[in-house]
Structure formats: structure tokens, C-alpha cells
Design a protein around this ligand. Structure first.
Ligand code: KG4
Ligand code: ZN
Length: 370
């Protein structure tokens, strides 16, 4: 089965062609994976501007789809089915991909399936490494999400924990902005952290001593994990701590985190120490909670996907922890960990091979429960 997939949930216009292989261990083959990034457009504004993002998707989508077909050396007639990100994401962005994919499906008379964006991130791991030893615990960590899923069997995903406030990538981007490092902040902090002392700045580790405060949403899997919040994350307190420390050091911090600014009187080594210390706290919190969940749920492997899984310390620390605990840690290559359409094709194929399709009147959904 040959699938053409489209992903436009945020600021990347992406299309890919993926086929089934018939090999149970490595079920899919990626024939093309094309991404038009809008990062240069949004950088000027210090973050993604939704209206600009949807307009740019409209400009880019035809070319991106043509290129994906061309790279795969196939035509629209060869495509057996379409897959498209239905949500969650920016609704204006999602709408461009959904309307385009539905129109193609209607014109070609081919089936279409709407895909949950995070199912795509989870399946990017399988696209890269083949089937994960199950049950698996997967951390999806990006600019929009920090969520832990249990994958009890192929194509089933159960939410077991998630951030109560900011996503990890969002925290990276906000702290980078406070330090005057530009957008997106993750790669800049990752690079500078390598030159800093990760114990130089005393930043708090998130703790959940008040279980009733801001409790997790009801769609979480109940049971011991839900009751103890051992699989929840929180990053907004860390960001506030960075603001306070910068103020103490005489750096004028913009309130509202909207104005890109210069780190002022801080020297470069000081900024590097901030980056290293911030990164240590974020990565320790991600790794600890992921492995605690893996332990509690008796997982046979750990997966990490999403834009923040590009982080060098997260990759290294998770691999080391997995080695110590005898658990395989599976992370896709960077081009598959950030938003792409090949992962949407893979998650779509999970449904399509079971005969699941979406009716042509399905709609884009900014928030979508999996
Ligand atoms: O998955 P993604 O491409 O888009 C979303 O769905 O959000 O993730 C983008 C996020 C941004 O917040 C960016 O700062 C972060 O991933 N990121 C990183 C690194 N590379 C990208 N964060 C930490 N370290 C990195 N090396
Ligand atoms: Zn994503």
C-alpha cells in the first residue's frame, strides 16, 4: 500500500510517500520526505505567528506535494490512500493540509485517514528502528507537547502523563528569549550548554507536593501513575526562576516574554552556565519521569520523539540510563524527530491496513484527544 501523507499542524509544510513492506518487523519504507520550513519567517517575530503560518502553508503545499511524489518517483495515480494530520495544532495551519488532502482524496476517489499528530511522533520511532519491544513507554517532547504514552500493542497509545503547564520546548524557547539567544531557542541553548557548568546556577526541580493543585486532566490513564503524578511534568516554575535570577543579576527582563532582548551585563560564560544549568534540570526531569513510568508499567523499551529529542544531552543521558537499566532506548534521527509527514504516513498506515478510514466530512481539530 502506497500512502501520500500531508502534515501542516504548525510551521512546517510537509509531504511524504511511504509504502508498506510486508516485513512485520520493519513495516514501512520511506520513499520521500519533503519539508518546507517557515522558521525564517517566524524568527523575525520571536515565535510562530499563526496567521502567517497558514498563509505560508497555502503558498507551499502544491510544490511540497509535487516534490514528494517526484522524489518517490510515483504519480498521484499510484497512490492507494491519503493520510493527513487532523490535530492537535494551529487550526488555521491544520485546515490547509486537511482541505488539500480531502480534495485530493475526493478527486482521485481514494480513501483518506485523519491522523493524531502525536501518534505520528510515536510512529517516527518505528519508521526509524522497526517495531519497538512492547509494552513501550514513549516520551513525546516538542515545542507544543510534553507527554508520556504507554504503547501496549502496535497502534495503541495510552496517555500516562503530561505537562501541567509549559511544554519542554516552549520552556527552551522562552528561556532562550530571556537570554537574548533568538528563536528557536532549543538548538542555541543546547550548543551553549556544552561550554557551561551545569551546577553553576541553582535552579529548582519541579515537585508535586500538592496533588490537588492543577490536577491532571481526566483523559489520563487512571491507576497508580495518575494518582501519584509521578509521570507529570512542569516547566513554568523553572522559567520563573530564571526570570528572578536574571533580575537579581541586574538584567532587565521584559515582562510577558514578548520582546527579544539582549542579555545585557551577563558575560558569555555566565550565559553558558545558565544554559547548562537549565538544560540539566529539564533533561533530568524528562529522563527521571520517563524511566519511572517505564519501571512502573514494566516497559520493555523506551522511545523519545519530537523536536526536543534532538537535544544532545537528552539523547546521551537517556541512552546512558537505558544502558544502566537494561532497557533499549529508541530515538529517531533528527529529521524524523522534528515535524515531518513520513511519521504521519506511518501512523496513517497503522489505521489503513486495519481498514480504518475517515469520512470526507472530517474536520481539522485544534485539540484532539487520542
Ligand atoms: O517537534 P517540533 O519540531 O515542533 C513542535 O511540534 O513543536 O519541536 C520544536 C521544538 C522547539 O521548541 C525547539 O526549541 C525544540 O523543539 N528543539 C530543541 C532542540 N532542537 C529543537 N530543544 C532542545 N534542544 C535541541 N537541540
Ligand atoms: Zn510535533
Amino acid at each position: 500500500m502506497l500512502t501520500l501523507a500531508i502534515e501542516t499542524s504548525c510551521d512546517e509544510t510537509a509531504a511524504a510517500v511511504v509504502s508498506t513492506t510486508g516485513d512485520a518487523q520493519r513495516p514501512w519504507r520511506m520513499l520521500s520526505n519533503v519539508i518546507a520550513s517557515q522558521a525564517d519567517i517566524h524568527r523575525e517575530w520571536g515565535g510562530v505567528v499563526p496567521e502567517l503560518a497558514s498563509r505560508q502553508h497555502v503558498r507551499d503545499i502544491c510544490g511540497v506535494v509535487e516534490r514528494a511524489l517526484g522524489d518517490a518517483n510515483v504519480t498521484l495515480r499510484d497512490v492507494d490512500a491519503l493520510a493527513v494530520t487532523q490535530g492537535p495544532g494551529l487550526v488555521g495551519s491544520l485546515l490547509v493540509g486537511v482541505a488539500f488532502a480531502k480534495s485530493l482524496a475526493a478527486a482521485l476517489g481514494k480513501p483518506i485517514v485523519g491522523v493524531h499528530h502525536l501518534a505520528g511522533h510515536i510512529e517516527s520511532i518505528v519508521l526509524e528502528h522497526g517495531e519497538m519491544p512492547l509494552p513501550a513507554v514513549v516520551l513525546v517532547v516538542s515545542g507544543g507537547h510534553t507527554s508520556l504514552y504507554l504503547v501496549p500493542e502496535q497502534g495503541r497509545y495510552q496517555l500516562v502523563g503530561r505537562t501541567r503547564d509549559d511544554a519542554a520546548g516552549e520552556a527552551y524557547d522562552k528561556v532562550a528569549k530571556l537570554l537574548g539567544l533568538g528563536y528557536p531557542g532549543g538548538p542555541a541553548i543546547d550548543r551553549l550548554a556544552k561550554q557551561g557548568d551545569d551546577r553553576a546556577v541553582d535552579l529548582p526541580r519541579p515537585r508535586f507536593t500538592h496533588p490537588d493543585r492543577n490536577p491532571p486532566p481526566p483523559d489520563l490513564v487512571s491507576g497508580s501513575l495518575g494518582a501519584t503524578h509521578m509521570a507529570d511534568f512542569s516547566f513554568s516554575g523553572l522559567k520563573t526562576a530564571v526570570v528572578r535570577l536574571l533580575e537579581q543579576r541586574g538584567v532587565a527582563v521584559a515582562t510577558g516574554l514578548t520582546v527579544p532582548r539582549d542579555a545585557g551585563p551577563m558575560s558569555e560564560p555566565e550565559v553558558a552556565d545558565f544554559c547548562a544549568s537549565f538544560q540539566r534540570v529539564v533533561v533530568e526531569s524528562l529522563v527521571d519521569r520517563t524511566f519511572a513510568a517505564a519501571d512502573a508499567l514494566q516497559a520493555r523499551s523506551v522511545g523519545i520523539a519530537g523536536g526536543v529529542s534532538a537535544n544532545s544531552r537528552l539523547r546521551a543521558d537517556a541512552a546512558a540510563r537505558g544502558e544502566r537499566e537494561g532497557l533499549p532506548v529508541l530515538i529517531p534521527r533528527i529529521s524524523l524527530s522534528t515535524d515531518n509527514a513520513a511519521m504521519i504516513a506511518a501512523a496513517g498506515l497503522r489505521k489503513l491496513v486495519r481498514g480504518e478510514t475517515s469520512p470526507l466530512d472530517f474536520n481539522a481539530q485544534a485539540s484532539l484527544v487520542m
